[in-house]
Ligand binder design. Structure first.
Ligand code: S3P
Length: 184
């Protein structure tokens, strides 16, 4: 498990990408776009890459191959994206941290956890048919969060609260951490 936290020397060893993780609805894609734009870097969204490469929507992959089939594809494209030779902001899927092999890949990377209150996150995704795992109800959403929280915690190089904060504010704070190695 990572011992390093924001402000410690691990910062100095990082190179791109900056990776955004967090539950569904935490704003990984919207914050990621703003962040990439501000840094002048490329932006990739892991779900979008999976859709592009498979030619199938996320819900379709779940219904054809189940969660396991989705995770296999997610792992394959995550590996690919982490090898990018151009500087990148990469937005993960909410469940990318579930596979131990993905966590191992992310261990030496600048991973930012976008952390929000569960009712807020759930309200953003509960009715989204494009997110198959959000439709199973509040209890399942909460259960998945409880399972993932320790992984978010241990992988996070930085943690950004999302409740009541704009994407621009969050992106600016991440840039400041990236540049200075400390929180404002
Ligand atoms: C998932 C989150 C989704 C997507 C898939 C599974 C999850 O990504 O990868 O539906 O397990 O939480 P977002 O977090 O971008 O919605």
């Amino acid at each position: 498990m990572s011992e390093w936290k924001v402000g410690e020397p691990r910062f100095a060893r990082f190179k791109p990408p900056i990776v955004l993780m967090g539950m569904m609805g935490s704003g990984k894609t919207t914050v990621g776009r703003v962040l990439a734009h501000e840094l002048g870097w490329g932006f990739e969204d892991l779900d979008a890459a999976i859709v592009r490469r498979t030619g199938l929507e996320i819900a379709e992959i779940f219904s054809r191959y189940g969660e396991e089939g989705f995770r296999e594809r997610e792992h394959r494209y995550l590996k690919e994206m982490l090898l990018s030779s151009t500087p990148l902001v990469l937005a993960l899927g909410g469940g990318t941290v579930v596979l131990p092999e993905n966590r191992a890949l992310l261990h030496e990377t600048a991973v930012v956890w976008l952390k929000g209150s569960l009712p807020l996150l759930y309200s953003r995704v509960a009715d989204d048919a494009g997110r198959p795992l959000a439709g199973a109800g509040w209890e399942v959403f909460e259960m998945r969060y409880r399972q993932r929280e320790p992984w978010f915690q241990s992988l996070a190089w930085a943690i950004e609260d999302v409740d009541g904060r704009s994407c621009e504010e969050i992106a600016q704070n991440i840039i400041s951490i990236w540049q200075n190695g400390v929180r404002e």
